[in-house]
Design a protein around this ligand. Structure first.
Ligand SMILES: *Cc1c(COP(=O)(O)O)cnc(C)c1O
Length: 351
């Protein structure tokens, strides 16, 4: 199906808002077109002006750092905004559906509920690989508008092999959203390489994890230029604040430092994995391509509560399908990780 056919009916005929900065984006000496205040009271350059609706400087820096064609890049208020935009572009409330493969990122389902869109699920295999045959069957039977593949996956840390992603994106007649929030920590090939041959592939990245900018809310989508234009049409005109655009460009100019830190995080992840594996009461530390570990242990919920009493907060994932008795533990500084490991050992010795 073409992108146009997949769109929500009302979006196909949408007359988009045109902001002052859409109508005029050149240089001038006097701007009296957007009802802004001519002065600022807090001493931050240009804070009295609306931010660039295109996030052009961020887009340019992202394209340079990751090697993308700039026309394929959109900047969102976190990837969460971009996921929501996918629903608003393609899913008619009360009629359409999406496909997810639990255990995975919770926002896909929450945003489906908010948009009144049905969710079909194909649970992963017990080793957290995707059940490809069952997914194909669900695609045949349910014709979802969107399918979400998270790779490396949250909360498991497991990557989906590139060839499996290719196979599923080719089979899916709807849009496949490949969420690569943690790709910086892995050496896997990005699904961005599939877009040239398949305009129904949407890839999401973020500056919230490896780039240490969670507070800046910078999400990135890589799509065909046609979908990028559609995203621009439905997003809030000024979706990314001026300060976030400035800090994002600054973070992206430090790519060398970020890559070094990522390598250290990966080494630290493997060190913590080994320490936890040597811990009495720990059953499995799943191999991870991300900046966290999923750990199956005795009485995970009790351990979670005991760690919390000691001021160490991890994520209890025990109630997620296939994740019984599992905690998700983010890799922190070396000191934080050592504190975590010794606390887990103490608690597991006592529960
Ligand atoms: C953290 C995370 C994101 C990032 O969301 P932002 O809105 O960009 O902060 C996206 N997807 C997954 C799977 C995540 O774990």
């Amino acid at each position: 199906m073409s992108i146009r056919e997949l769109l929500r009916d009302n979006i196909r005929s949408l007359e988009p808002y045109s902001s002052a900065r859409d109508d005029f984006s050149g240089t001038a000496s006097v701007f009296l077109d957007a009802n802004e205040n001519w002065q600022d009271f807090v001493d931050f350059d240009n804070i009295n002006r609306y931010p660039d609706p295109h996030s052009s400087a961020v887009k340019r820096a992202v394209s340079e750092v990751f090697g993308y064609d700039e026309r394929m890049v959109s900047i969102g208020n976190g990837s969460d905004e971009l996921i929501d935009i996918m629903y608003r572009l393609f899913c008619t409330p009360g009629r359409d559906s999406v496909l997810i493969m639990p255990p995975t990122y919770g926002e896909y389902k929450v945003l489906a509920s908010i948009n009144d869109v049905d969710v079909h699920t194909v649970v992963q295999n017990s080793d957290f690989s995707l059940n490809v045959e069952a997914i194909k069957k669900a695609l045949d039977e349910c014709s979802p508008k969107l399918m979400f593949i998270c790779s490396p996956n949250n909360p498991t840390g497991v990557s989906v092999p590139f060839e499996v992603i290719r196979e599923l994106t080719e089979y899916n007649r709807g849009i496949t959203v490949v969420d690569e929030a943690y790709l910086d920590f892995s050496s896997n090939r990005s699904a961005v390489d599939l877009i040239a041959g398949n305009e129904r592939v949407v890839v999401l990245r973020t500056l919230s994890k490896a780039w240490a900018l969670a507070g800046g809310r910078i999400g990135i989508s890589v799509t065909s230029p046609e979908i990028a234009d559609l995203i621009y049409m439905v997003k809030y005109p000024y979706n990314v604040p001026l300060l976030s655009q400035a800090y994002a460009a600054a973070a992206l100019s430090r790519a060398d430092r970020v890559r070094k830190e990522v390598a250290l995080t990966v080494a630290e992840r493997e060190r913590v994995k080994k320490l936890l594996e040597e811990t009495e009461g720990v059953h499995t530390v799943f191999s991870s391509d991300a900046n966290f570990l999923l750990v199956r242990m005795n009485k995970a919920h009790e351990v979670f509560l005991e760690l919390r009493k000691r001021g160490i907060i991890v994520r209890d994932r025990s109630r997620e399908v296939l994740c019984d008795s599992c905690l998700r533990i983010t890799i922190g500084s070396r000191e934080e990780n050592d504190l975590l490991v010794s606390a887990v050992r103490e608690v597991l010795g006592g529960v």
